[in-house]
Design a protein around this ligand. Structure first.
Ligand code: FES
Length: 74
């Protein structure tokens, strides 16, 4: 989420990155291996919000290389 915001890209959120709302979800079509491993907390958020595979909670992962992300509101 921070990398996206620093790049000037809007990210939906109602918890300001606290890892509660799940609104910052992004689809990761390429480069998912360049994100930090998914944590138990992130799995909980994904499951609680019914978010399917191929998505990450952007406020809960770190960018470690080139990644392509997308979301429905861009
Ligand atoms: S901003 Fe709410 S879970 Fe990421």
């Amino acid at each position: 989420m921070r990398a996206l915001l620093d790049a000037g890209v809007p990210v939906a959120s109602s918890c300001n990155g606290a890892g509660v709302c799940g609104k910052c979800k992004v689809q990761v079509p390429r480069g998912g291996e360049n994100l930090s491993p998914i944590s138990d907390d992130e799995i909980f958020i994904l499951e609680k919000n019914g978010i399917g595979k191929g998505f990450r909670i952007s406020c809960q992962c770190l960018v470690q290389g080139d990644v392509t992300v997308d979301t429905s509101y861009w």
